[in-house]
Design a protein around this ligand. Structure first.
Ligand SMILES: Cc1cc2nc3c(=O)[nH]c(=O)nc-3n(C[C@H](O)[C@H](O)[C@H](O)COP(=O)(O)OP(=O)(O)OC[C@H]3O[C@@H](n4cnc5c(N)ncnc54)[C@H](O)[C@@H]3O)c2cc1C
Ligand SMILES: Cc1cnn(-c2ccc(OCc3ccccc3)c(C(=O)O)c2)c1-c1ccc(Cl)c(F)c1
Length: 482
């Protein structure tokens, strides 16, 4: 296929967040003339950057995007804090670690601002990439890549025509809003009844971590999930997920402290009683939205990427990872079709929307599943069962979280395996139910749940061996299908 010249092709990217800035780098690297417009001022000049989350879990899909523009080592090796295991906090204050991966793979806690600044610095290295800060997209014409911006510093209106307009303007995208006027553009959004609030566990006076550093700390309390990710300054960003009515019901200091004493007693001393009260009442719980839409393109002149295309609830830690993988997928298609945009954009929609919609669904599913894990025992049991099944049939059983987080298996393949895994789990648990009384006694009377006692494992293994032929046949069939 004849190579389509890129050096004369203009691209307007709207939104210099994590995905827009990365995409601008990808396109500039291919030789396009790129103009990146961002509503906010240059975050590198700001004292404090208001944001939706201070740190994020980065895994292989995001790392692959950073690697393509030469930033993986800078972000991961020099900045990212590895989280090798989950640290599960029980209501009695005891904790339990469960490693993520036998091969030592891990996820990394990275600072949102740091990653965005690193991407902006990289973007400025491209002579064919111009960044326009404090420029808000006010309107756009998708059919010819025309866009109008308001320079919020001067009040001046700026018009930009390009060969393609790419909306990376986040979950409440204006480019997507324009797309909604297109015939056959499908869209749906869901606000979940939970909100989230970020709190902080400070470093010690000596500047040390107060909890073991290389863990994703999780307080699984069903409706009241809470997590903590480590920051570079040895503090922790805590995210509290609760139904809005619960947030609203905690109106006094006593109500708040009593709630935490019941659900997260260890967190009171970790955060600090006075700081907890101050920060909780100084913050407000923020909403979480799930957005699915398709197609992502209009002809060869407009495209949606990142949260603008697929905003997801944060219960899988995949939003940024998915958006960065969007950039990798688009680049592979530009390479495959020699930058023929008329072919690439429809191909991108066809390839990416099933996967993006799958992870949006999976994140929502995880929200529901974790909401039902009312305590650590259930959370631990699920994880131990996953580990047991994957050790018994490694070729067929890869825990879903492992598949999503530690591989680049297409998301739609992961969700396909999930339905099969759910069927097997139901069969195994119903078989185990036959021994339920015995197993129940064993599990409740000892700390077997945590260690999954050898008698339980023997019994479960017997069941599995008995159902071995069924499971492996089903697995073989399923894996052939996917
Ligand atoms: C609480 C929480 C925790 C999360 N944790 C994780 C995690 O652990 N791991 C993970 O992978 N993901 C996580 N995410 C998701 C992740 O934050 C998003 O998926 C990611 O930021 C999406 O990047 P984006 O560039 O597409 O959109 P955004 O980051 O929203 O960037 C959009 C940019 O467009 C700009 N913009 C908007 N409108 C306009 C306009 N009209 N004109 C010009 N510019 C405009 C905005 O100013 C912004 O800079 C989390 C999200 C939340 C809310
Ligand atoms: C930010 C981030 C990065 N990854 N994860 C994550 C998500 C889900 C997980 O398990 C799903 C599961 C547990 C138990 C049973 C079924 C499924 C695990 C895990 O296995 O450790 C880790 C999160 C996260 C985000 C929000 C909440 Cl509330 C949360 F708890 C963790």
């Amino acid at each position: 296929m004849a190579k389509h010249e890129t050096k004369d092709k203009k691209v307007t990217v709207v939104g210099a967040g994590l995905v827009g800035t990365l995409e601008a780098c990808f396109l500039a690297k291919r030789g396009y003339q790129v103009h990146l417009y961002e509503y906010r001022p240059d975050i590198r000049t700001l004292e404090h950057v208001p944001g939706r989350s201070i740190n994020l879990a980065m895994s292989v899909r995001g790392r692959t995007g950073l690697k393509a523009v030469g930033l993986e080592d800078h972000v991961i090796k020099n900045h990212g804090i590895p989280m090798h295991s989950r640290m599960i906090h029980n209501t009695d204050g005891t904790t339990r670690a469960i490693p993520y991966n036998k091969d030592g793979q891990c996820i990394y806690s990275v600072g949102r601002r740091f990653v965005n600044e690193v991407l902006l610095n990289r973007a400025e290295e491209f002579p064919n990439l111009t960044i326009h800060f404090s420029h808000k997209l006010t309107s756009c014409r998708l059919q010819d890549g025309q866009a109008s911006f308001l320079n919020t510093e001067t009040g001046e209106e700026v018009n930009r025509k390009a060969d393609v307009l790419i909306g990376c303007d986040g979950a409440y995208s204006n480019v997507r809003r324009a797309m909604m006027r297109q015939p056959f553009f499908n869209y749906n959004q869901t606000y979940i009844p939970h909100g989230y609030m970020e709190l902080c566990i400070p470093a010690t006076p000596e500047g040390e971590f107060v909890m073991p550093a290389n863990y994703l700390h999780i307080w699984p309390r069903g409706q009241f999930m809470m997590i903590a990710l480590p920051n570079q300054d040895c503090s922790w960003t805590v995210t509290l997920f609760m139904p809005f009515p619960i947030f609203e019901s905690l109106t006094t200091q006593d109500q708040l402290l009593s709630f935490f004493q019941t659900n997260y007693p260890d967190a009171i001393s970790l955060i600090g009683r006075d700081r907890l009260v101050k920060d909780f009442f100084a913050n407000r719980a923020l909403p979480m939205i799930s957005v699915k839409c398709s197609p992502y393109h209009v002809g060869s002149t407009a495209l949606l990427m990142g949260d603008a295309a697929h905003a997801m609830v944060p219960f899988y830690g995949q939003g940024m990872n998915c958006g960065m993988e969007d950039c990798v997928v688009l680049d592979e298609l530009l390479e495959e079709y020699s930058d023929d945009l008329a072919t690439v954009l429809p191909a991108y929609s066809a390839k990416r929307s099933p996967d993006a919609q799958a992870i949006v669904d999976l994140a929502l599913y995880n929200y529901i599943e974790m909401r039902d894990l009312v305590n650590s025992r259930k959370f631990l049991f699920r994880k131990k069962l996953d580990d047991l099944l994957s050790s018994l049939m490694p070729k067929y059983w890869l825990p879903l979280y492992t598949m999503v987080t530690f591989t680049r298996h297409p998301y739609h393949v992961c969700i396909g395996r999930k339905s099969w895994q759910d069927k097997v789990l139901k069969r195994v648990l119903s078989m185990a139910g036959v021994l339920g009384v015995g197993a129940g006694v064993v599990l409740t009377k000892t700390d077997a749940l945590h260690g999954l006692s050898s008698s339980f494992i023997t019994r479960l293994s017997t069941i599995l061996v008995k159902t071995w032929s069924t499971v492996t046949t089903a697995a073989a069939t399923a894996s052939l299908k996917n």
